[in-house]
Design a protein around this ligand. Sequence first.
Ligand SMILES: NC(=O)c1ccc[n+]([C@@H]2O[C@H](COP(=O)([O-])OP(=O)(O)OC[C@H]3O[C@@H](n4cnc5c(N)ncnc54)[C@H](OP(=O)(O)O)[C@@H]3O)[C@@H](O)[C@H]2O)c1
Length: 442
Amino acid sequence: MPSAAPAVPRAIQVGLAGLGNVGAGVFKNIEANRDLIIQRTGADIRIRRIIVRDLARPRDVSVPESLLGTRWQDLTEDPEIQVVVELIGGTTTAYELVCAALKAKKIVVTGNKALLAERGQELFALAEQCGAPIYFEAAVAGGIPIIQVLQEGLVGNRILSIHGIINGTCNYILTRMSQAGLSYADALREAQEKGYAEADPTLDVSGWDAAHKAIILASLSYGFWIPQGCVHVEGVDKIDPADFKFAKRLGYTIKLLSVIRADKDGLVEVRTQPTLVPLSHVLASVSGSFNAVLVHGDIVGETLFYGRGAGQDPTSSSVISDLCEAAATLVYGARHSGFVPHGLYGKSKPVEDTISHYYLRLTVADEPGVLAQVAAELGSRGIGISSMIQPEDLEDTSGQSSLVLMIHDARLGDMLEALAAIRALNCVRGEPSWMRVETLQG
Ligand SMILES: NC(=O)c1ccc[n+]([C@@H]2O[C@H](COP(=O)([O-])OP(=O)(O)OC[C@H]3O[C@@H](n4cnc5c(N)ncnc54)[C@H](OP(=O)(O)O)[C@@H]3O)[C@@H](O)[C@H]2O)c1
């Protein structure tokens, strides 16, 4: 960034693809804060052309008609456009647009986590080859500037771990299930009514939206692009309200937690799953649609970043930050393509080798010897039980009861084998409910 804004602001010509939720916010907020941005950066960000799918669609932002079009090539073929902002989403047209923009040596700004998670390696290689960077602050945790934190603020740290609540839709649903005792279906319906969930919520509730963001954070932290197949992903749609009750009795709540860490051999683990988090930990109090990312660096220790992880204004704040970075790049040159590969790490840990504590709830026949049978299946695979509750208030009249176990560090592969054996026991009814437990100590 320049130390003082030049007397004559430098115009930056921008092509904007997408005028939906985020695109409209970018347009609106650049207009609103243009003077401030010029004062701070010396850059006058000018939107020269905007591409949408449907010209007739009513917009909640007032845009001169002359700026609008439907042909994305108009952005990449215009020699005046220096920066292309991709906010159309998806991985098909967006991919073509980003590739064409890089090949035309235009800086790319995107909020598209699905595209980066799927094709990041290839796109950053192309960016390097073309000498045009990709900036993507809006792709993870909306308004929280976590990409800059990893790329700049904590650049001197080895990242020991990252724990993130990075999907606001799921966090809203889980918060309502926990605090108001809603069923999953009712909490989802409420989230949709309040605009926190899409009409088709699959990408969010399946855990994949958070997993895409986790892939980006892990790749930045560990210097190689994490393949999607190496990420363990589970959604929130199978959680039963009863699990919140038991979790609370044990001193926990349930969050969709993305966990990223490297073990002592440098193997990198990336997962996104419903996870028991201690009620005493600050992440347990991240409620509603808010996001939080806890980054543990070897020099800095623990740092926590909290804020709105989605929405028009918070997300456009990150896009505008990238546009200012693009302006600085145009003046001073790119420092890197947006992602710096390095060879300190290089391998993902096989998912089945990851180790965790577990919570396991079983519906069992109300008869003697049940615990011994379950413990034998766990014990024969080297898995120990750390505590157990068998709540009498939840016994029903059909001769069934609940058995809740907290399990010591177990390898996922062993746990899955034990679960298959436990499922097959005559005394076990229905599907076991099980989740990871993070103690979040150190
Ligand atoms: N929403 C958030 O809070 C948020 C947060 C972080 C990141 N993001 C990311 O930001 C991106 C945009 O999200 P959004 O919520 O703004 O989406 P959106 O509301 O659905 O808007 C998409 C925009 O792209 C246009 N579009 C779609 N396909 C197109 C095509 N083939 N050609 C030309 N225009 C096309 C649409 O045109 P029409 O308006 O004519 O339909 C619309 O203006 C996504 O990658 C998303 O993951 C969103």
